[in-house]
Ligand binder design. Structure first.
Ligand code: YXS
Length: 259
């Protein structure tokens, strides 16, 4: 595997993002290997999965691979987009997934971390939701994923400012379960994983699915859903959307004109 390292020990699976040259950006390659690893763990009936970057990482993941965002007026976060696929894999995985986080978590990676069942972070962790920095129209299920883990006031601040939130503040806000010194992170996370793995897997599997269904229970009429999609099209068809991606790729400051 070129993008992730997958290990299985005592019914606990660990997947390590291992593509630092793109800061573990979520491109098709990394997401493909991540999904394959989860499929393998599902077959092996693992009881807990830990998602992590390499020890001491300054960046957990830089989020969606910007180089793979379409410029051609196509929905950048459509149902079959790799990011959408992996978030579904995580929320539907039949056992708890713990995001063990060191370093910066950016954009779509922040949603993935929030989609995990638990988040254990080191003091170096930061969390940023960045569509407004790139002119991207986030999608409905992605917003819902974040809404189930973060208060509306905090989510608005994160979406509007696109600025990172530090680990300690994230803990106060309930975005992460625990914040620890880096040297304690791995042992604490493994102990929690072992605690969970000793409990009844079927009971945990069912409560996870019940919580997913109940948390996502939003009645949306087809017309409301189409209105949301229409609003998003206004963004991804805009000049600002092209400007956000071009500015990132040209390594220059963006200049949005609201059109
Ligand atoms: O120039 P080279 O070839 O060495 O590559 C550079 C970066 O281009 C690359 N890289 C990325 N490539 C694709 N997609 C990315 N998201 C991405 N991020 C980084 O990695 C190489 C090293 O980057 P560099 O020099 O900036 O590293 P650094 O250590 O100084 O800074 C690390 C970061 C993460 C602070 C910095 O790379 C950064 O700010 N990256 C962008 C973070 C971000 O805005 N992510 C959102 C992506 S879009 C997304 O997730 C959703 C669609 S949305 O926006 O809606 O949330």
């Amino acid at each position: 595997m070129a993008y992730v390292i997958s290990e299985l020990r005592n019914s606990i699976g660990t997947i390590t993002f291992d593509h630092y040259k793109t800061r573990n950006a979520f491109g098709e390659g990394l997401i493909g290997e991540l999904v394959d690893a989860l499929h393998g763990f599902r077959q092996r009936k693992v009881r807990v999965v830990i998602l992590r970057a390499e020890p001491g990482a300054r960046v957990w993941s830089a989020g969606h691979d910007v180089k793979e965002l379409p410029l051609s007026g196509r929905d950048p976060l459509a149902y079959d987009d790799p990011l959408r696929m992996v978030v579904r894999e995580v929320v539907q995985f039949p056992a708890p997934i713990i995001a063990m986080i060191e370093g910066g978590v950016w954009g779509g990676a922040c949603e993935l971390a929030l989609a995990c069942d638990l988040r254990i972070a080191s003091e170096s962790a930061t969390f940023a939701i960045t569509p407004a920095k790139l002119g991207v129209p986030y999608n409905a299920t992605g917003i819902l994923t974040c809404m189930t883990a973060v208060s509306l006031a905090t989510l608005k601040e994160m979406f509007y400012t696109a600025k990172p939130i530090g680990a300690r503040r994230a803990e106060v806000l309930g975005m992460v379960n625990r914040v620890l010194p880096a040297e304690e992170l791995e042992d604490f996370t493994l102990n929690m994983a072992n605690d969970i793995a000793r409990n009844a897997p079927l009971s945990i599997q069912v409560i996870k699915e019940q919580l997913r269904i109940l948390a996502g229970a939003q009645t949306l009429s087809p017309e409301t859903f189409e209105r949301i999609q229409g609003l998003r099209r206004k963004v991804y068809d805009s000049e600002d959307y092209k400007e956000g991606i071009s500015a990132f790729l040209d390594k220059r400051k963006y200049e949005f004109k609201g059109k």
